[in-house]
Design a protein around this ligand. Structure first.
Ligand SMILES: *Cc1c(COP(=O)(O)O)cnc(C)c1O
Length: 355
């Protein structure tokens, strides 16, 4: 079962960027991991190699039909070494995305081992400054050069890594969100629950329009009724209504976020009532009018918690919690980031050490 992972060290190492000016996805580490799939042979030739360009036939299926999936996770430098947050969940989810996109199942252990070997070679790239981390991007592309519309016979799985800065330079700041009532991101039965490129390309125009109007992201409504809340940007979304926390249930068109799952687990652990169910924009506005919309926030690996300070819907504005970060949002943020940095007890065993 276990395949040997070959390690080819880079002969020249890059200069590391200033940890206080990392931004997001601007710099890449010295190495990458690559694993190939060939029809009849399966996944093979796992190797850590110097970070480099790849060469593909212009007819490679990924360019034409979007047969590709990705993941996003982070490694943190703690006082007790380098740690990952629930990494096996990402490889589990990768296979769920694979199944939807007709990409062959990948050996999760092998992918995980590849990540560990890569991290070990590039361990000096995990930044130490407050709020920084090493963002990890595993992805798979269809490489068979053939224009027929059917699943590719060959694939490449790769992992690249990028040191990233503090998401919030000056503490957690609430954002203004535009409720998108024209464009939709996904529909149940489509690929909304897979982490696949097309979902993001399809959301760019609405995101750009919202930005032009002074909003940082869009709140997506469902594709059938344009009524039920789905996600915010590329994050899951939560609302605190009259002491109860509500998040849209996994309905086939939203992503099963690992941060979402962690937040639900934490809330239950704290005894805060939490419901996964359909929630309409009308219910939200009604709650706002009656003073019951107490907090709103997005969840995802990049920001962990992104509080929503204002929603705009059909030219009306709804300010939430006076545009300030809510108490519960702050507590969730502090707890999860505290666990990730090894500063807060980890009762669920979420952290995994790099040996
Ligand atoms: C990645 C992603 C999320 C968040 O998932 P996490 O596992 O919490 O990072 C939510 N929605 C979409 C559309 C995503 O792509």
């Amino acid at each position: 079962m276990a395949q040997n992972i070959i390690i080819e060290q880079a002969t020249e190492l890059k200069q590391k960027p200033d940890e206080n000016k990392l931004g997001f996805g601007q710099y890449y580490t010295d190495h990458m991991f690559i694993l190939e799939y060939t029809e009849g042979k399966g996944w093979h030739s796992g190797r850590v190699i110097p970070y480099q360009n790849i060469s593909l036939d212009p007819a490679a299926k990924v360019f034409h039909y979007g047969q590709t999936v990705f993941e996003g996770m982070k490694a943190y430098r703690t006082d007790d070494g380098i740690k990952l947050f629930r990494p096996k969940k990402n490889f589990e989810r990768l296979n769920k995305s694979n199944a939807r996109l007709s990409i062959p199942h990948i050996d999760e252990e092998l992918a995980y081992e590849g990540l560990m070997e890569l991290l070990n070679v590039d361990r000096d790239w995990v930044p130490a400054a407050e709020g920084t981390s090493l963002y990890i991007r595993p992805f798979i592309i269809a490489t068979e050069p053939a224009l027929g519309v059917n699943p590719s016979l060959n694939y490449m799985f790769m992992i690249i890594m990028s040191p990233v800065g503090a998401y919030y330079e000056e503490g957690v700041n609430p954002v203004k969100i535009h409720v998108e009532s024209h464009f939709v991101r996904a529909v149940a039965g489509g690929v909304g629950e897979a982490k696949t490129a097309g979902n993001y390309a399809a959301g760019l125009n609405a995101q750009e329009e919202a930005k032009e109007r002074g909003y940082s992201q869009v709140l997506w409504l469902d594709g059938v009724h344009r009524k039920y809340i789905e996600e915010v940007g590329s994050m899951n979304v939560f609302f605190k209504l009259n002491g109860k926390v509500i998040t849209p249930m996994l309905n086939g068109s939203i992503l099963d976020g690992i941060t979402r799952n962690s937040v639900i687990t934490l809330l239950k652990h704290w005894g805060v009532p939490v419901e996964e169910r359909r929630i309409s924009i009308d219910e939200l506005i009604e709650a706002h009018h009656s003073g019951n919309l107490e907090e709103a926030f997005g969840t995802g690996t990049a920001a962990v918690i992104s509080p929503i300070g204002e929603l705009s819907y059909h030219n009306e504005k709804f300010v939430i919690n006076e545009g300030k970060t809510g108490e519960l949002s702050a507590k969730i943020y502090d707890t999860i980031t505290g666990i990730q940095k090894g500063k807060v007890e980890d009762p669920f065993g979420w952290l995994v050490a790099l040996n």
